[in-house]
Design a protein around this ligand. Structure first.
Ligand SMILES: Cc1cc2nc3c(=O)[nH]c(=O)nc-3n(C[C@H](O)[C@H](O)[C@H](O)COP(=O)(O)OP(=O)(O)OC[C@H]3O[C@@H](n4cnc5c(N)ncnc54)[C@H](O)[C@@H]3O)c2cc1C
Length: 398
């Protein structure tokens, strides 16, 4: 394998395929390039293509973790306690034990990763939309405005789940948040609000999420798990009303805004749609369908794929992302949330109220034992979950 070749245009590339083409340089694409380099494979030639230059702080990533992880220097804030609040305003503070809830700002991650990419002679970064991807037996070809690019393997984070399968449940996690600066101290910087259901009753799943940075600064987000997006005004009004009524703020500075949509669907995802194409990130099924969390699974799964390649020379690992029973649990929860037979606020309140937090986190990470899962199930509203379980099984059998 040759080292140090700087490629400048698509035609030149036609002669020498890249070892890896990464379509989409967001969380999973950049993390993959970084993980490949971290593993010691410095000569692997990588082409990284994204339509955006990733110079904006377009999202925050939170996840829970024990001890320090590889991204510790990038962690903007971390907390050892979280709070969940019921629909009638009862607040429960949950100490996280050996876990911490951590947050990285998107822009910090992008800058860190881009620095790694920028200084690497074997990585070419292209800022262009991808027009098409054509895998063949020996190679995979990608077309952009400036040319055609050839690689041995392509990792695709640009594919969008269609969410049209009539036998699957489809919800969206959508949210609008403001990073606000208040003139008076109103936040508890030590405790983020994971789910605050003390919002006007609408019959579906809505809550406020708060990441406090100081007594006067926080990201406050109005979040929904529902089937349809809203008009902008329908996020803005309840968010601003909540800030006004619950924080007592009539005037404050909005420093930043975050809007996001995360698919929550149990539609089957094809992680390996072709021997030369691997889908990664949300496109690869890394997003937990029941919670929307993706960050930690992205790092874990990419680590598995890189290790598998080091051992076998093949990118496509035979092991699944998570055991299939966790997909089943996620489907049941999606059904419960979609059916509306029980308030979502009760489901989540019961989950956090009646289970030790490490059991909940291990369950959400797909790392719990079957015994722990049974104990967790016993704390959920029995009838709605049994009914949803029956519906999920029937759909799967049919
Ligand atoms: C606002 C927001 C906040 C989130 N917060 C959390 C969180 O706190 N914790 C958590 O675990 N998860 C969170 N998520 C979910 C998930 O972690 C993120 O969506 C994450 O960015 C997914 O990584 P990805 O690589 O799959 O997609 P992305 O990071 O979106 O990367 C995909 C890339 O592909 C590029 N692209 C798409 N189409 C093309 C094309 N045709 N040509 C070229 N480039 C293309 C895009 O520009 C983008 O850069 C959040 C999501 C959003 C939207």
């Amino acid at each position: 394998m040759e080292v140090g070749l700087q490629l400048t245009d698509g035609m030149e590339n036609m002669d020498r395929p890249y070892d890896v083409i990464i379509a989409g340089a967001g969380l999973s694409g950049l993390s993959l390039a970084w993980q490949i380099r971290q593993s010691g494979m410095r000569e692997l030639r990588i082409l990284l293509i994204d339509q955006a230059n990733k110079q904006v702080n377009d999202r925050t990533w939170c996840w829970w973790e024990r001890g320090s992880g590889p991204f510790e220097p990038l962690v903007y804030r971390s907390w050892d306690t979280i709070r969940v609040t019921s629909a009638d305003g009862k607040a429960m503070q949950i100490p996280l034990g050996s876990y911490r809830y951590k947050m990285i700002r998107g822009i910090d991650m992008y800058r860190f990763m881009e620095e790694v990419v920028h200084g690497d002679p074997n990585i070419l970064r292209l800022t262009e939309p991808i027009e098409s991807i054509h895998p063949e037996d020996q190679f995979v070809h990608v077309r952009t405005a400036s040319g055609s690019w050839t690689g041995l393997h392509l990792f695709d984070s640009t594919h969008r789940m269609p969410m049209t399968d009539p036998h699957s449940r489809h919800l969206l996690q959508h949210f609008l948040g403001y990073v606000i600066q208040s003139p008076t101290p109103v936040f508890t910087p030590q405790v983020p609000d994971l789910m605050n259901f003390h919002v006007p009753e609408t019959g579906d799943c809505r809550f406020i999420y708060i990441l406090p940075f100081s007594e006067t600064e926080a990201l406050v987000e109005y979040t929904l798990f529902t089937g349809e997006l809203l008009k902008r005004d329908e996020y803005v009004k309840p968010l601003e009303q909540w800030i006004n009524q619950h924080l007592g703020l009539s005037s404050y500075r909005i420093l930043e805004e975050e809007f996001g949509v995360i698919p929550m669907s149990d539609e089957p995802v094809s992680e390996f749609p072709h021997p030369r194409v691997t889908r990664i990130g949300t496109a690869g099924g890394y997003t937990n369908p029941a919670t929307g969390y993706t960050f930690a699974t992205t790092q874990k799964r990419l680590g598995q794929l890189v290790r598998h390649f080091l051992q076998t020379g093949q990118w496509q690992a035979g092991t699944p992302i998570r055991h299939r029973r966790f997909d089943l649990y996620a489907s049941v929860l999606l059904d419960v949330l979609s059916n509306g037979d029980v308030a979502a606020s009760k489901v989540f309140w019961d989950l956090y109220r009646h289970n030790p937090i490490d059991r909940v986190f291990r369950f959400l990470d797909g790392e719990s034992t079957f015994g722990e899962e049974l104990r967790l199930m016993l704390t959920t509203p029995y009838l709605p979950f049994t009914k949803a379980g029956g519906q999920v099984l029937r759909r799967r059998i049919l």
